[in-house]
Design a protein around this ligand. Structure first.
Ligand code: SF4
Length: 811
């Protein structure tokens, strides 16, 4: 039979058919199919070679970018280090130049020692470990033939896997559910092992051999207890089952064959080279996974055309009438194929877990629908989906990930400004005409928001508006630090009029509003500042018309075309000396503000520069264009994120001689402060480094990654003084980009510059690894914090193995 086939992308390779445990819930040995008895113990090199050949021809024929091969058993580690290494090498050799190979192994962990881990690191094999919870839960089933539990060995193995330098290989944990175990104890014990992912597996069962349960939907209740706790604690780990229900409920694809309508793309190659269907079918009846095909005589297209595999690729059409009419079918998909089996009707049934799946999916969907917009939940403004969180944790994050940070900052700023208004309206610090002006400004802002919310968000999104809001709120609530404040809080509150005026100008909404002067200037965030000279007037009247606005102060009146309000105007300003627009630095694909007017830019540890003259602006333009070109060309992994989130460069006063000076401010999302460096490569490094702080600051607005009560100080390479853990987390995240910068620079620079890059790379990667060890060893990371640090480690670990050409002092 010919015709188009659904390509197979996941190959389960049974490298060994026996096991060193005798788990009583194992579907390979304890269920209906006993095919293992006729299998050779170990897959031969010839069968491996044939498998590599078959996968390569299939990948070529279907132009696959990547295939996943899972080394499985029995217990695959029984095959030994040498055999597994040879298997990995043969597969990689077969697929070289054809497609990427995502190579994994699923093990019971009992034999997972350093020799295996070294080889896995060498061959880039990710490791998933089966463990069913805490000691009592795990050892209820996962025992040796003599009855001893396996928990201690497995825990030690996971400990080795989590340690440097193997952490990046840690793929996750697989846990088979037993409702006799306490769900939260199981979940917490797994979470404590720091996995990047947990997969909860329903024990294999059919209508002929139903699962053990004391009441209906008992498995749903067990999983719901975990789901609710997991959600309430910020979803600190990916759980494939829950992520799949959420994804499918929002119209996406399932991440697991256990649920959903995604066509199966998996085939098993047994140790003797025969193709079989998914292992789970062993639970149905003897011979259920059998296809009659083998690796030597049949290619993978023939396997994909096998009626049994096609039956599992039919989506909704492949389900029974009951499932097709079910309200949760798009998420459940009839459950795992094997679980539908009943003698007589074969697989044309709902899952034997139907009541559980219906209840679980309905519960998750109800929770999703009920979540407030401000909750830490998928799809809300304050949530980062798992893949984007992983990308950020690894040190990167493209437009999608940064978009979530921007969305959350938008909500945060709206809430902040509203809180400032409410606190100020109730405060005795604001009285008389100032109170009237403040209320009018708030009224104008909220009116404009009705028809022009984007204009409001643009102005509130200016980095220093949040600095202003946070400062107002702190002073209104009496929590400001002991530093003497140069202005009464009413002066700060007057800035709301400037915010409202700038919003009206951006929206093109006719308006008339008085903006108080601060040190002789009226500030319109995102647009610029008006300096009133010697008039002595306390305020300026801003009047907004369609395409211009006027500024009136004392006896003077100036008209500014709306087009001149924004960046670009220079010495030819329509009103030289009075209106100073915020100017832009523009390069292909990125335009940012060079913000040298805003009064709240004094929020960094280093003072701002004076307003740039034309010559200084030209220097910035040249450097910025060259730096951005360098980032796009050589640091592309950061470019999308920067393009999405970097809005502002705040020029700082020159720093100490021969030291580049740059900074970020915790509340100024989107802005990087920098003294103009000597060359474009230095600016590129400053932008990469500081934007890491920008990202992490926004992540910390959403999630607690550390125990805030931990006051201990630790020594790190990048500071002479001991640092608290939050500072170390910030520094470590920033240095992921620094290490990456020098790592790439080693290959693009030449001569002495390349040697410098080598030394910098070697020095900072060690320093960053040390800092990661401090964070991990502190015991103060939250589970989500551990996941974040694991993400950094995933990026850093392979860099630690890269050879360097020269080592030596950095001085
Ligand atoms: S909940 Fe039951 S009826 Fe609905 S799709 Fe799943 S197995 Fe079928």
């Amino acid at each position: 039979m010919n015709g188009p086939v659904q390509p197979l992308r996941q190959i389960v390779l049974k490298v060994h058919s026996r096991c060193d445990l005798a788990c009583d819930h194992c579907y390979v040995y304890q269920h209906q199919d006993q095919g293992w008895r006729g299998q050779p113990m170990v897959m031969s090199a010839e069968t491996v070679a044939w498998t590599g050949h078959r996968i390569a021809e299939h990948a070529k024929a279907h132009a696959l970018d990547e295939v996943r091969v899972i080394l499985h058993g029995g217990e695959p580690l029984l095959a030994g280090v040498a055999h597994l290494r040879a298997t990995a090498q043969a597969l990689r050799a077969a697929l070289r130049g054809v497609c990427a190979l995502d190579l994994r192994i699923h093990t019971n962990g009992v034999r997972l020692d350093d020799a295996f881990l070294r080889m896995f690191a060498e061959q880039d094999i990710k490791v998933g470990v089966s463990v069913d919870g805490d000691r009592s839960a795990n050892d209820r089933h996962r025992r040796f033939a003599d009855g001893r539990g396996s928990y201690d060995q497995v825990l030690a193995a996971i400990g080795r896997l989590r340690a440097r330098p193997y952490r990046h290989l840690y793929a996750g944990l697989l846990c088979t559910i037993d409702v006799a175990n306490d769900p939260l104890a199981v979940y917490e014990s797994l979470l404590a092992l720091g996995p990047p992912q947990i997969e909860f597996l329903l024990p294999h069962a059919t209508w002929d051999h139903p699962p053990q349960r004391s009441r209906e939907a008992e498995y749903a209740d067990w999983l719901i207890a975990i789901y609710d706790h997991w959600s309430a604690t910020g979803q600190p780990v990916r759980i494939r089952l829950f992520d799949s229900i959420v994804a499918t409920s929002l119209g996406g694809s399932s991440l697991t064959e256990a649920i959903g309508l995604t066509p199966s793309d998996l085939v098993v190659v047994e140790t003797d080279g025969t193709y079989e269907q998914a292992d789970s079918l062993k639970t149905a009846f003897d011979g259920a996974p059998f296809t009659g095909l083998d690796i030597i005589r049949h290619d993978l297209d023939e396997v994909a055309r096998h009626p049994a595999l096609i039956a599992r690729q039919q989506g909704l059409a492949g389900l029974c009438d009951t499932c097709r009419a079910c309200p949760v079918v798009t998420s459940c998909g009839g459950g795992l194929y094997a679980h539908r089996y009943r003698s007589g009707t074969a697989f044309a049934n709902p899952s034997v877990y139907c009541a559980d799946l219906l209840k679980l999916v309905t519960h998750v969907r109800n929770r999703l629908a009920a979540q407030p917009v401000s909750g830490h939940a998928p799809g809300s403004a304050h949530a980062i989906p798992g893949p984007d969180f992983e990308a950020l944790a690894a040190g990167f994050g493209g437009a999608s990930a940064i978009g979530h940070l921007i969305d959350s900052q938008r909500s945060l700023r709206r809430a902040l400004v509203a809180a400032v208004y409410e606190e100020a309206a109730a405060s005795p610090a604001l009285t008389g005409p100032q109170a009237t002006a403040f209320t009018q400004a708030w009224g104008l802002l909220t009116d404009i928001d009705q028809g022009h919310p984007m204009a409001v968000d643009t102005v509130l999104g200016h980095p220093f508006v949040r600095v202003w809001g946070a400062r107002c709120l702190a002073r209104l609530s009496g929590s400001a630090s002991g530093n003497p404040e140069p202005h009464p809080v009413s002066a700060d509150l007057g800035h709301l009029a400037g915010i409202a005026a700038a919003t009206a100008i951006r929206a093109g909404v006719p308006a008339r509003i008085t903006v108080p002067l601060r040190e002789g200037a009226a500030h319109l965030p995102t647009l610029g500042r008006f300096t009133a000279g010697e008039s002595g007037a306390p305020a300026v009247m801003v009047e907004v018309a369609d395409d211009f606005f006027t500024l009136a102060s004392g006896t003077g009146r100036w008209m500014v075309p709306a087009t001149a309000a924004e960046a670009g105007a220079r010495s030819g300003d329509p009103i030289p000396g009075c209106w100073q627009p915020v100017r832009s630095l523009t390069a292909p694909g990125l335009s940012v503000s060079l913000e040298d007017t805003d009064p709240y830019r004094h929020c960094y540890d280093w003072p701002p520069a004076e307003r740039a003259d034309d010559e200084e602006l030209a220097h910035w333009e040249r450097l910025f264009n060259q730096a951005w070109a360098l980032i796009q060309e050589q640091y592309a992994a950061y470019a999308d994120g920067l393009a999405a989130g970097l809005t502002t460069i705040m020029p700082m006063s020159p720093g100490p001689a021969d030291r580049d000076t740059s900074a970020t401010a915790r509340h100024a999302f989107g802005a990087v402060g920098a003294a103009r460096p000597a060359d474009h490569a230095s600016l590129a490094l400053l932008l990469l480094h500081e934007f890491q702080h920008v990202k992490l600051g926004a992540i910390l607005d959403l999630y607690d990654l550390l125990d805030q009560g931990d006051q201990r100080l630790f020594k790190v390479r990048w500071r002479p003084d001991p640092r608290p853990l939050p500072g170390i987390l910030q520094g470590t995240y920033a240095h992921i980009a620094v290490v990456d910068f020098w790592r790439e620079r080693r290959h693009t620079a030449s001569g002495p510059a390349a040697a410098v890059a080598d030394r910098q790379f070697a020095y900072w990667r060690e320093g960053t690894a040390e800092a990661i060890d401090i964070l991990t060893g502190s015991g103060s990371l939250t589970p989500l914090g551990q996941r974040f640090v694991d993400g950094m480690c995933t990026s850093l670990a392979p860099w630690l193995d890269e050879p360097v050409r020269a080592l030596g002092s950095l001085s």
